[in-house]
Design a binder for this molecule. Structure first.
Ligand code: PRX
Length: 649
């Protein structure tokens, strides 16, 4: 039997102590879809409201009127729910355990300490003139101040926009301008795998770009003490501004539908879009999924290895765990530094019960052999989780056997920046596992598979994954561009939310995500639009045209394969290849570094001038047989030339 056909049943003992066993899952799920209003009204009682909601669900997916509201007359504050309400019972429990890049550095912050620090930064932001409804951009390392900054914004009703610290100055500037942030919070440098990344220098560079003169304060955390330039009129040290503030700051009363944050993500066309998440529904959904999916129990140490710059970090390092009063571990570094055993050593050192990580991280470790885990026991582990991309059954089983000592269930969680929280996933006490399958929908989630004409497909089949009804954690719109929100998610198929993913459902009703069906790449679990990379390349004077596709990559899941047509008088060379690679890296960020650049004298186009990406994808994947119908191409001979010089064989 192959790994893919194996079933790992729930251990009875696990089910007996879990938040939900299979029976509980089935009945809660049924209730959640039969009576969403009743179900979510009841769940909402788990949050602390200044004013409890009486209106629960008011949502429309009709393309003519996309309007999504949950708990719309309720009032609450996300930071209050993550901090204040725990002080009486859990004030002295660790809220954040921080593990530095250097194994000799760590720090534990209790709920009381976190509350005080968040209040101080809230007061500092107020002193800078930040008020309810303003946006603040965060460009931060993986240090506790990143969580503090998110919560401080939430506390005073400011909307945070976290930009991943691996993005370039241009990418940062674009997001600052789109969100119109007057304040940026950053650090002098971040540290990853022993290397320093010049965050403050990047902010300085971003501040020279058009439109960024809107920024009047850059608040800088001193992380390394590395040398930075200082602009007296704009720059402010975090410690100088924060330390002198009062450790009390009232939490602003927010409407449930007031924005909590914006988070940018790539689409198939155009510039990154800022998804807007709101306060009540998002927080409830993050907290509830965190509790059930990871079966979180009081006192456990939980570790999500994502970066706070991604949605996974928002929902499952910060908001979900802290709303549940959990201890959340935050790791500054990379899992293989200083040695490949680091991940296991951190688990032992902090007695981690739950580890949530990515298939890319697992595959990267796997490549170094099993004995890299010899330096740790990992006996504290109880639940493992995976997110961001399809997990291949080999990686699944290595994760299960080598990291989890063949003892721990793996929750393969499918979701998106747009969904706010986990959508399709096993519950560890309820769901028999099949390696590679995200299994079944979470409470309130109604997946369906459609054919290209929009017909609903029944039974065991494959199709386009859509969601039939709203759930509280859903993004409400795209910042400044509701029309694009409607076009992207609600126009492809009338009356449903389109995910952009392809999916198979098996005879047990389990879902198997097969990957993006639009022009979005998933490189190491990071989303990237082919259009973004292409527009970066054509901005280079040597490039006449470029087409970007993904191809299967052993570690990253997908690699970036680029076909470049050079300008008339330009000769291809190794130097130019390096230059273009650096160009994209500098323009977008290291995560967009091209893996392959192939010189393409011509690209396969239809007679109407449309690039046939299907063919380019096949050639990049080294699947040159059966390219399908090429007769509609303007010049079929370009295909032979591309095949002949393909880079991946
Ligand atoms: O294609 C799916 C893939 O990642 C996309 C969402 O990317 P992003 O918004 O960056 O959020 C990533 C973290 C939630 C999805 O459309 N994806 C995410 N999780 C899985 C997955 N593909 C397969 N299996 C998963 N568990």
């Amino acid at each position: 039997m192959t790994e893919q056909q194996k079933v790992y049943p729930v251990a009875e003992e696990f089910a007996a102590n879990a938040w939900a066993d299979n029976e509980a899952y089935l009945s809660l799920y049924q209730r959640s879809v039969d009576d969403p209003e009743g179900f979510w009204a009841e769940q909402a009682e788990s949050l602390d409201w200044f004013k409890a909601p009486t209106k629960i669900k008011n949502t429309s997916f009709a393309a003519s009127n996309v309007d999504i509201r949950w708990f719309e007359d309720g009032e609450l504050n996300a930071a209050y729910n993550c901090l204040d309400r725990h002080l009486e019972t859990r004030g002295d429990q660790p809220a954040i355990i921080w593990e530095g890049d250097d194994p000799g550095q760590d720090k534990t912050i209790t709920y009381r300490e976190l509350h005080a620090e968040v209040c101080r930064l809230s007061n500092a932001l107020k002193e800078m003139g930040v008020t309810k409804g303003d946006t603040v951009t965060l460009y931060m390392p993986m240090i506790p101040e990143a969580s503090v900054a998110m919560l401080a914004c939430a506390r005073i009703g400011a909307i945070h926009s976290v930009v991943f610290g691996g993005f370039s100055p241009d990418a940062l500037a674009q997001r600052v301008v789109d969100a119109q942030s007057r304040v940026v919070i950053t650090a002098d440098e971040s540290v990853r795998g022993g290397k320093h990344v010049p965050l403050k220098d990047n902010v300085d560079a971003a501040m020279t770009r058009d439109g960024t003169d809107i920024v009047d304060k850059v608040l800088v955390v001193r992380r390394t003490g590395g040398e930075i330039e200082w602009h007296d009129d704009r720059d402010a040290w975090y410690h100088e501004w924060v330390d002198r503030q009062s450790s009390e700051c009232p939490a602003e009363k927010m409407n449930a539908e007031d924005a909590l944050f914006i988070l940018y993500t790539s689409g198939s066309t155009g510039r990154p879009k800022g998804l807007k998440h709101t306060t009540g529904g998002y927080l409830l959904y993050a907290a509830l999924t965190h509790r059930y999916v990871f079966d979180y129990h009081e006192g456990e140490v939980y570790w999500c290895s994502a970066d706070v710059g991604w949605v996974t970090g928002h929902s499952y390092i910060v908001y979900g765990p802290l709303a549940n009063g959990a201890t959340t571990l935050m790791f500054e570094g990379v899992p293989s530094y200083p040695t490949h055993g680091r991940l296991g050593e951190i688990i032992d050192k902090h007695q981690v019960s739950i580890l949530y990580t990515s298939p890319t991280a697992i595959r990267a470790l796997m490549a170094h052999g099993e004995n890299i885990m010899d330096s740790s026991q990992r006996d504290s582990l109880r639940v493992l989780g995976s997110v961001g991309e399809p997990i291949n059954p080999e990686a699944w089983s290595w994760f299960h056997r080598v990291i989890g000592n063949s003892r721990c269930p793996i929750v393969d969680t499918w979701w998106q920046t747009e969904t706010g929280g986990i959508m399709i996933t096993p519950l560890p006490g309820a769901t028999d596992l099949k390696p590679g399958s995200a299994t079944r929908p979470f409470f309130g989630v109604r997946p369906a598979l459609l054919d290209n004409e929009g017909n609903v497909l029944e039974g065991a089949t494959s199709g386009n994954l859509v969601l039939l009804d709203s759930w509280p954690g859903q993004a409400r719109t795209i910042w400044n561009d509701h029309e694009r929100f409607v076009q992207t998610y609600f126009s492809p198929y009338e009356g449903v939310y389109f995910t952009g993913d392809g999916c198979r459902r098996d005879e047990d009703g389990y879902y198997w995500i097969t990957g993006r069906i639009d022009d979005v790449l998933n490189v190491s679990g990071h989303r990237m639009g082919t259009a973004e990379i292409e527009s970066s390349l054509v901005a280079h004077s040597a490039v006449a045209e470029a087409a970007v596709v993904g191809y299967p990559h052993d570690i990253k899941g997908q690699g970036i394969y680029i076909y470049v047509t050079l300008g008339d008088d330009v000769e291809p060379s190794e130097e130019l290849r390096k230059e273009l690679t650096q160009w994209v890296r500098k323009d977008i960020g290291p995560i967009a570094t091209p893996d392959v650049i192939q010189w393409a004298p011509g690209l396969p186009k239809t007679r109407s001038g449309k690039i046939m990406r299907r063919i380019l994808r096949k050639i990049a994947a080294n699947e040159c047989e059966g390219l399908g119908d090429t007769s509609t191409l303007a010049d079929p001979s370009v295909v032979d030339e591309l095949i002949e010089h393909r880079a991946n064989r």
